[in-house]
Design a protein around this ligand. Structure first.
Ligand SMILES: Nc1ncnc2c1ncn2[C@@H]1O[C@H](COP(=O)(O)OP(=O)(O)O)[C@@H](O)[C@H]1O
Ligand SMILES: [Mg+2]
Length: 412
């Protein structure tokens, strides 16, 4: 039986760990407390805590106490060695034969460190081993049932703490990421509106004077070619500025009762020629049961044109682009997909394609997707994308139907 003094010290460790659980939000602090307290309570030489790194699937050392630098700098431990007893997740493993135990990766170094016995205590989360606490003792001794119970309780509490802290850290980093995105979007929006405003008027001036001049220069004059280039390039600037204005204004949709199939058809009509010139086929698959909905026709036409042109620019000659509409009755939503069998989008670019000005094209403005997403979001919908490099890309636009169409049709 454990002496009252010993029992008190166990109680204190568990109390400290539970306190840490409620007060600390930094994973490192929590883990440092764990190893230090357990070493103290068992009168051990030291303790080491390894936690599963989900990316590498290895158990990395995350906290240590009482062990020499040389021992700690030994390489990583193979996962198989630590998982040698998966069925005994809730138990304490006692290792007395350091030289022959399969779970000991560096017996010589362990022996040199003065260790004669080790205790492995797995930390389990949802039936999986999320970590392992190894406790190092300088002499062999029997482990009482109370000590085992104590270690199991510490392991359970520690696993809970780690899980909780991991969740907090995940939420925190998600929050920072979102905050940065919001900041970036709003400052870009302000900047875009400012630039567009400042540049629009001088551009109109350049265009006016250059077209006046071009009318006045005699035919075949060497000036004519130069003026044409000035006018063409100025026109291009105006298109970019218009895109910027659309992006920064984020106009509220002017909704009317329309059928998305008709919007798709008119978008196709506008880009048809471009597809024809490039010998790229467009396959349209429009849902028969598509009902009318309250949408901004012009804005959505712009979205589909952007997606279709991107698809066209991604495919080789003789490539194929598909546009499909469907009605998701359960979610009361309209879905439009634009898919291509083109170059695809790399993992790295995937995070940036919706950023204003991000473009991988020599003449791209990088505004098409930013504007399109703005429009779809103003319709309370969203755009998703799936892509595989050199295989193709699929953009999925989903817009909720805010009002049941039948309600709108009812006679008043
Ligand atoms: N269907 C697609 N296939 C491959 N890449 C695409 C596709 N659609 C968009 N992208 C990528 O996203 C970037 C941004 O698109 P967008 O905002 O329309 O600007 P732009 O077309 O002017 O480059 C493109 O430059 C391209 O790298
Ligand atoms: Mg584009």
């Amino acid at each position: 039986m454990t002496s009252p003094a010993k029992f008190e010290s166990y109680f204190n460790v568990i109390r400290d760990i539970i306190r840490a659980m409620h007060s600390l939000t930094d994973q490192q602090d929590v883990m440092d407390v764990m190893v230090a307290k357990v070493t103290e309570a068992l009168n051990a030489k030291g303790a080491l805590l390894r936690v599963l790194n989900k990316e590498t699937n290895r158990f990395d050392v995350r906290a240590a106490c009482g062990l020499g630098e040389r021992y700690l700098t030994k390489g990583p431990v193979t996962t198989e060695k630590l998982l040698a007893f998966p069925s005994e997740l809730g138990k304490v493993h006692v290792i007395t034969d350091i030289w022959n135990a399969p779970r000991v990766e560096y017996p010589q170094a362990t022996w040199d460190e003065g260790v004669r016995m080790m205790l492995d205590v797995p930390l389990a989360i949802d039936e999986h081993m999320a970590g392992l606490m190894r406790i190092y003792l300088t002499e062999k001794r029997d482990l009482s049932d109370d000590e085992r119970d104590f270690l199991k309780t510490v392991a359970m509490q520690s696993a809970c703490v780690l899980q909780r802290v991991e969740l907090i850290e995940k939420q925190r980093s998600l929050f920072h990421h979102l905050a940065a995105q919001v900041e970036k979007r709003s400052s870009l929006g302000r900047m875009a509106a400012g630039i567009a405003h400042e540049i629009n008027n001088p551009l109109a001036g350049i265009l006016l004077y250059s077209s006046n001049l071009s009318k006045k220069v005699p035919e075949q004059s060497p000036l004519e070619e130069g003026l044409k280039i000035i006018m063409k390039e100025t026109q291009r600037c105006k298109i970019i500025i218009q895109g910027l204005l659309d992006f920064s204004r984020e106009q509220e949709p002017e909704r009317e009762l329309v059928n998305v199939n008709d919007i798709v058809k008119s978008a196709l009509g506008i880009v048809e020629n471009e597809f024809h010139i490039r010998h790229v086929g467009v396959q349209k698959d429009l849902a028969q049961d598509m009902e009318d909905a309250m949408l901004d026709k012009n804005q959505l036409e712009q979205v589909f044109i952007n997606l279709l042109l991107n698809a066209l620019q991604a495919v080789d000659d003789n490539g194929l682009v598909t546009i499909t509409t469907s009605a998701d009755k359960a979610k009361r939503a309209i879905r439009v997909e634009v898919a291509d069998d083109g170059c695809g989008i790399s993992q790295e670019d995937m995070e940036k394609i919706f950023d204003p000005f991000f473009s991988t094209k020599a003449n791209g403005t990088g505004l098409g997707l930013a504007v399109s997403r703005g429009i779809v979001r103003n319709h309370k919908g969203d755009i998703q994308v799936e892509s595989e490099l050199n295989q193709g890309t699929r953009f999925m636009v989903e817009i909720p139907k805010l009002i049941e169409t039948s309600v709108l049709r009812e006679p008043s």
